[in-house]
Design a binder for this molecule. Structure first.
Ligand code: UFG
Length: 338
């Protein structure tokens, strides 16, 4: 079965391509290489023994999208990762985010709704919940006003899909709300490759330990949490990737309960920033240079997932630990810089 993965050379996309190929799917990747490298194809091949079909394509080019789907009418499902994802950048350049994340989603759905098999998985985010009143966060927690244009593109993206599903019975979709994806493939053949200074915690930790950054700033030590630092649900990217395959199989097997479903993808366990640092120091044997500084604007205090819906209905649960994720992230960082 032929599956289209947009953004398939990116961090979560590439790990998902590996899991799809491991399950016997034939994968076609679209990526514009704006935040990824063509070398990722070699990493995927090294792990799976198979190079996926790759087409460099900018999804903002509507005619190119139309032409692509004309050529690939036999696609059995689409997993749509392609999007910009830097919160700060989105604040400074909202229109770029709305064009790139929303415009391209519309173009995709316009073509997918012409296909025979209309199965669509959307990358959403726990950012839609903001600071939830109740923890752990269930899928029924209210969506709150977005803190950034990036977060808004996830909310609006979900709404666009839901509205489209209402008038297209043949369209079957699942929105996956990720908590904090971290780590790398255990082989260190693929991993996260942030361009420039990392905005996220784990690449900042590994880049500091390898000597690329002088010191990690821990944003805020006075939150109302046991150790004063923020709490997040860090999920190993390999577990996250496997959830996409399970979700896709649910749609292909017509097991979905409605044509628009939402699942949280997390471990169910919250970890503080200091716990993440401790885990890193334990598995790497390195001492991390860090300092607690002021809070970062826009950060919520705590977010972690209620996982029972995904566990029971999707039949998926995480298997890897925070230590596994930190060890794999460190192995990857060492390989990339060697
Ligand atoms: N942090 C630091 N120092 C850093 C970077 C991060 O202390 O240099 C802290 C943050 O304050 C936060 C935690 O580490 O408490 C995690 O921060 P990340 O930036 O790694 O992740 P976020 O939870 O802020 O953001 C992630 C995704 C976003 C998504 C958001 C949803 O990166 O795409 O979750 O909550 F929108």
């Amino acid at each position: 079965m032929k599956i289209l993965v947009t953004g398939g050379l990116g961090f979560i996309g590439s790990h998902t391509v590996v899991e799809l190929q491991n399950e016997g799917f034939q994968v076609v990747i679209i990526d514009d290489l704006s935040n990824s490298s063509i070398n990722v194809l070699d990493g995927i091949e090294a792990i799976t023994g198979k190079k996926p079909v790759f087409e460099k394509l900018d999804l903002k080019e509507k005619q190119d999208v139309i032409n692509f789907f004309e050529k690939h009418k036999d696609i059995a499902g689409v997993i749509h990762f392609a999007a910009n994802k830097a919160v700060g950048e989105s604040v400074n350049n909202p229109l770029m985010y709305y064009e790139n994340n929303i415009g391209t989603l519309v173009y995709m759905l316009q073509q997918i709704t012409k296909l025979e098999h209309q199965n669509f998985i959307f990358s959403s985010s726990c950012t839609v919940y903001g600071q939830a009143e109740e923890l752990p966060i269930t899928e029924n927690a209210p969506v709150q006003a977005a803190e950034s244009p990036y977060g808004n593109t996830k909310q609006v993206g979900e709404e666009i899909i839901r509205d489209t599903c209402k008038v297209n019975e043949k369209l079957n979709t699942i929105a996956l709300r990720y908590f904090n994806p971290i780590g790398a493939h255990p082989t260190a053949e693929i991993g996260e490759l942030p361009i420039g200074v990392p905005q996220n915690l784990v690449p900042y930790i590994t880049q500091t330990a390898i000597g690329l950054r002088e010191q990690l700033s821990v944003f805020g030590g006075d939150y109302p949490t046991p150790d004063g630092t923020c709490i997040r649900d860090y999920i190993h990217v390999v577990d996250l990737a496997k959830a996409h395959v399970v979700a896709l199989q649910r749609l292909i097997g017509k097991k979905n309960a409605s044509n628009y479903e939402i699942f949280n993808l997390g471990t169910g366990t919250g970890s503080s920033v200091l716990e993440v640092i401790n885990s890193f120091e334990k598995v790497s044997g390195e001492k991390l240079n860090y300092k607690i500084v002021d809070r970062r604007e826009g950060d919520v205090t705590a977010a972690y997932a209620e996982t029972s819906y995904a566990n029971d209905v999707l039949g998926w649960k995480t298997e890897l630990t925070l230590d596994d994720a930190m060890a794999s992230a460190w192995k990857w960082e060492q390989k990339v810089r060697s």
